[in-house]
Design a binder for this molecule. Structure first.
Ligand code: PRX
Length: 652
């Protein structure tokens, strides 16, 4: 539940650095200047349905044209009503039909070092075979298929095959427990699960099939299971239920037309954990999502035909859906996929991949960037990263000093950085620099994309003044928006559309500065209230990360008799020695950087911070630890329970 006091968050951040697009980058970019961006944004905002309608006609393939761009019955949106299209056709067939079948679609590298490349024509053939295999197991339009797979080309193939026949995929990150899989299967009513015997992670095989077997014992709706042979481990196969991928897919016909589907046909469900309670099945649909993923990919990553594009996200997250599969493939890009860990066999695996495959565009998460910083520059310096031309980040706020490291050490002060703000719910990037047009400020996601109209409001729905923090909302529907929570439209209405009438409530705080730049200040629920001043987590954390000894920091409030809340911080160090001396120094550092108000009362050093499996710091758990309470709520997304246990015992 959002903080009812709403709005009025004090900013204590002073970030003045500005990085204009390099002129040679801007000269060849899709959108070349601030004027061009502003005029496109204004044109879109003046007539949003026309803007999106024209774009949909130009960018997507239609089996039948739509006759109404948007039917908006808040909170239910229907985009491109009456049209028939297919997300898989747009990603694959379209390129082959247009004569680009021999272009590379996927360059894949497994963790042990095996490699595979698929052209668009080869991808089409694989997807058709997989689609036929789905049909042979009784999968029809509207059925739900759960995918619990390693990052192999077959995961993308399975997603696209579902889209091809109108089945709804639900990708479950291959690190979740059997319990979490069963819960998702049951909520969605999944009929089929696709998995693998195992997947490689840090030199070991994750026993995926074994985990699925446990889940299937509790998943009454699942009739069949397809198993990809990836790791070669011996697995139990249950007769009639379990089928090897190489039996049902490899032997299938490679002829299978893409189903013409209504624009609003559900494309996928993706579960995201709410901060409390049961995971939410976020629902996205065919046409609007396809368009939004494609166009935002082209704009933000300034896509060129000769790019080798690498987004390090797993397809188990929305970033993998929109910017490994649907966006880049719809744009005909060359997509690099990597199966394993960033530190296997050593901490330079990513830079080794960049060098060998001559990656030009690299998109990752702040949690990874902070790990690279901690591991040390020497791992990066061993490699030639001169192929890179653009860097991106997503998933959390990036602390300005981490941004500067990314800019200097990875980008060699040459590559623009796109800090992209968006959510599972938004389907695609909402705010980001357009790299040829918008000068960047470290820590700011800069401006809304064309067609997106944000507003920062207080709890009464009134816009807050410049530079004041408040709730981030979106004032108009957009094609990539979620269409609901699977099986729970009431919760959809309540979470996103009830607290600020007429606007989409993102659940984040943000401020907009005098230049119209947006700064995300963290989740609404994470705000600290110190002596009546409402402070943002990220600003305090960024002040700590700007100290040379600090790799990562998390700030939370804990109850305090006088101040209401006191600032408690959890800090991981680069190489420095923890101790009282450093504690005093850090306290002073925060005081100098942002003022006495934000000075932490408690500083705890820890080897690592508890994170969700997608890498976000779990402040909610830290808050309980800081307050001396037991951790409560949903922890199924916690990456490493031992981190929590260690923090608890540090506490004792
Ligand atoms: O709090 C924001 C944070 O991640 C949330 C969305 O998480 P999820 O649905 O898992 O999607 C992550 C990938 C899109 C947001 O509400 N977040 C995401 N990107 C940023 C961010 N916070 C600050 N800056 C960002 N660039």
């Amino acid at each position: 539940m959002a903080d009812q006091s709403g709005g009025g968050i004090d900013t204590v951040m002073h970030e003045e650095r500005l990085f204009p697009p390099p002129p040679e980058f801007a000269a060849q970019a899709r959108i070349k200047s601030m004027e061009e961006y502003e005029s496109l944004w204004r044109k879109a905002a003046a007539d949003l349905p026309k803007f999106w309608g024209d774009m949909a006609r130009d960018e997507l393939h239609w089996f039948e044209p739509f006759d109404e761009t948007l039917r908006w019955n808040e909170p239910v949106a229907e985009w491109f009503v009456g049209g028939k299209t297919n997300a898989c056709y747009n990603c694959v067939d379209k390129h082959v039909v247009e004569g680009h079948g021999d272009r590379t679609a996927i360059i894949w590298e497994g963790e042990p070092g095996d490699e595979r490349t698929l052209t668009y024509a080869e991808l089409l053939s694989e997807v058709r075979k997989c689609a036929n295999a789905l049909k042979s197991l009784g999968i029809r339009a509207g059925d739900v298929v759960s995918l619990y797979m390693p990052m192999t080309p077959e995961l993308a193939i399975a997603m696209l095959a579902c889209a091809r026949v109108g089945a709804i995929h639900s990708v479950i990150f291959a690190g979740f427990s059997a319990e979490a899989i069963a819960e998702r299967n049951n909520d969605a009513g999944a009929k089929l699960v696709i998995t693998a015997d195992g997947g490689w992670r840090r030199g070991k095989v994750l026993p995926l099939k074994e985990t699925v077997d446990k889940a299937l014992a509790k998943s009454s709706t699942v009739e069949h299971c397809i198993v990809l042979k990836r790791a070669g481990d011996v697995v139990a196969m249950q007769e009639d239920r379990d089928h090897w991928w190489h039996d049902v897919v490899d032997g299938a016909s490679d002829q299978c037309p893409a189903e013409p589907l209504d624009s609003e046909t559900p494309l996928f469900i993706l579960y995201t954990s709410g901060s409390t309670g049961k995971p939410k099945g976020i629902k996205h649909t065919t046409a609007g999502y396809s368009l939004y993923a494609k166009k935002t990919f082209q704009w933000v990553f300034d896509h060129r035909d000769d790019d080798v594009y690498w987004c390090t996200a797993d397809c188990g997250w929305i970033t993998g859906h929109s910017y490994v599969v649907y966006g880049p493939l719809a744009a005909g890009a060359k997509v690099l996929m990597y199966e394993g860990a960033p530190n296997h066999p050593a901490e330079d695996r990513f830079w080794d991949i960049v060098e060998r495959h001559k990656v030009t565009v690299f998109y990752t998460a702040p949690t990874a960037i902070r790990a690279f910083i901690k591991w040390g520059d020497e791992w990066v310096e061993k490699h030639d990263l001169s192929s890179l031309r653009l860097l991106g980040t997503v998933g959390e706020g990036i602390n300005p000093e981490a941004w500067m490291w990314y800019h200097k050490v990875i980008g060699n002060e040459r590559c623009p950085i796109v800090d992209t703000w968006w959510q599972t719910e938004t389907g695609g990037i909402m705010m980001s620099p357009l790299p040829g047009a918008i000068a960047t400020k470290p820590g700011s996601c800069t401006k809304p994309l064309p067609g997106i109209v944000p507003a920062i409001v207080d709890s009464d729905g009134h816009e807050v003044p410049t530079d004041q923090g408040g709730w981030l909302t979106v004032t108009h529907p957009w094609p990539g928006m979620l269409r609901g929570i699977w099986g729970d439209m009431d919760r959809y209405q309540e979470v996103y559309w009830s607290q600020v009438p007429g606007k989409y409530l993102a659940g984040d705080n943000a401020r907009c500065d005098v230049d119209g730049y947006y700064w995300i200040m963290g989740r609404i629920d994470d705000v600290l209230n110190v002596s009546g001043h409402r402070l943002s987590t990220i600003e305090i954390e960024s002040a700590l990360v700007s100290h040379p000894a600090v790799a990562e920091a998390a700030a939370v409030g804990r109850p305090h008799d006088l101040k209401g809340e006191a600032v408690a911080v959890f800090v991981t160090l680069k190489q420095a020695e923890p101790g009282d001396e450093l504690r005093t120094e850090l306290r002073q550092h925060v005081r100098n950087e942002i003022g006495a108000l934000a000075q932490p009362d408690d500083i705890r050093f820890t080897g690592s911070l508890p994170k969700t499996r997608s890498g976000k710091i779990m402040r909610r758990l830290l808050k309980d630890i800081a307050a001396g309470r037991e951790a409560v709520g949903d922890t199924t997304t916690l990456e490493d329970y031992s981190v929590l246990a260690r923090l608890r015992s540090d506490d004792e």
